[in-house]
Design a protein around this ligand. Structure first.
Ligand code: PBG
Length: 326
């Protein structure tokens, strides 16, 4: 056979494959999302996310220590707030003695080197379940920013290293940068949920926090899954407004957006492998239909190949354990 180019030569053994491998997954790339709720000695399983728990603060601290010991550089924390502390203006979100700031302080006191990323959004605290202030069925943009500003300052005072606005209000990155700077928090970073889509893959997360919108959907603020040029507009705005890291969310169904960000963003790109993506792989492997470890590692690699610098994933702890084994 007269075949000159034989790509299989570079695949013929594990060692040649190691030499020519273009992307790698490292523990350094991982960020573990965690859920916290009030109480003591609680590790409450989330039925739609087997293996993931709502932790009381004491248990969360233990979990963070394990995560830190595995070499994972960062965690992002989400609070489950009891219904009676929710209201239409999310006031609990900037209560300096509330669950969330208390937990942030505790983690930073005990594990100062672990990067703590906070969630800036009203939905866990909002009796309407939306990421913004609701008036006559409409989500108000600028009124929401003021609340997000108070929330961000409360989190920065409690020791947040990076704040991550996940609300998708217009102008929030610039507004939050200004507010942080005016209070002296010039070194608190902003990881922006730049291209956050109105996705159906957030279902298990909303179960975890009981944060589903009480009416309607999030399509007037989160992006239409059909659009990619619009994601580049969001990228341009977030860069102008001072984002330190830009993120695409969800992950797997939006790898093309990750690639586009990789090509156009001068700042690091994060991807959020969301709750529904976790649930799919977990459920299929619990049924014996997929090899869990191999599928998860392939998914992680796909994020790196697409161009992500870091991955928020509920698989982070397991991935780190596997990587540390070899
Ligand atoms: C809301 C928020 C959501 C997620 C992170 N922050 C859900 C939503 O927009 O309704 C989803 C994360 C996941 O599904 O893992 N501010």
């Amino acid at each position: 056979m007269d075949i000159i180019r034989r790509p299989r030569r570079n695949r013929k053994s594990e060692n040649i494959r190691r030499l020519v491998r273009e992307s790698n997954v490292r523990v350094d790339d991982l960020i573990m999302p965690l859920f916290v709720k009030e109480g003591n000695s609680i590790r409450e399983p989330i039925p739609s996310m087997p293996g993931i728990f709502r932790f009381s603060p004491d248990e969360l601290l233990k979990e963070c220590k394990e995560i830190y010991q595995l070499g994972i550089p960062a965690v992002v924390i989400f609070p489950a707030i009891p219904e009676e502390k929710k209201d239409p203006l999310a006031k609990e979100s900037y209560n300096p003695n509330g669950l969330y700031p208390t937990v942030l302080k505790m983690i930073k006191d005990h594990i100062p080197e672990l990067i703590v990323i906070t969630d800036v959004a009203m939905d866990p605290y909002n009796s309407d379940g939306h990421d913004g202030v609701v008036k006559n069925g409409e989500i108000l943009n600028d009124e929401t920013l003021e609340i997000l500003g108070k929330m961000a300052i409360t989190q920065a005072k409690a020791g947040a290293d990076i704040i991550a606005p996940s609300d998708m209000m217009d102008g929030r990155v610039g507004y939050l940068r200004k507010v942080l700077d005016s209070e002296g928090f010039i070194n608190v970073g902003i990881l922006s949920y730049t291209a956050k889509y109105a996705s159906s893959f957030y279902g298990p997360f909303r179960d975890a926090l009981d944060s589903a919108p009480r009416f309607g959907d999030k399509k007037t603020y989160q992006m239409d899954p059909a659009n990619i040029r619009e994601a580049l507009l969001e990228l341009e705005l977030d860069l102008e407004e001072g984002a330190d890291i830009v993120m695409v969310k969800p992950g797997l169904p939006y790898l093309d957006v990750v690639r586009e960000f990789f090509q156009h963003s001068p700042v690091p790109v994060a991807v959020y492998n969301v709750s529904g993506e976790y649930a799919m792989v977990k459920a299929a492997s619990l049924n014996g239909w997929l090899d869990y470890k191999k599928c998860v590692m392939e998914i992680m690699l796909s994020f790196k190949r697409a161009g992500a610098d870091m991955i928020l994933t509920y698989h982070a702890k397991e991935v780190a354990q596997w990587l540390n084994e070899v």
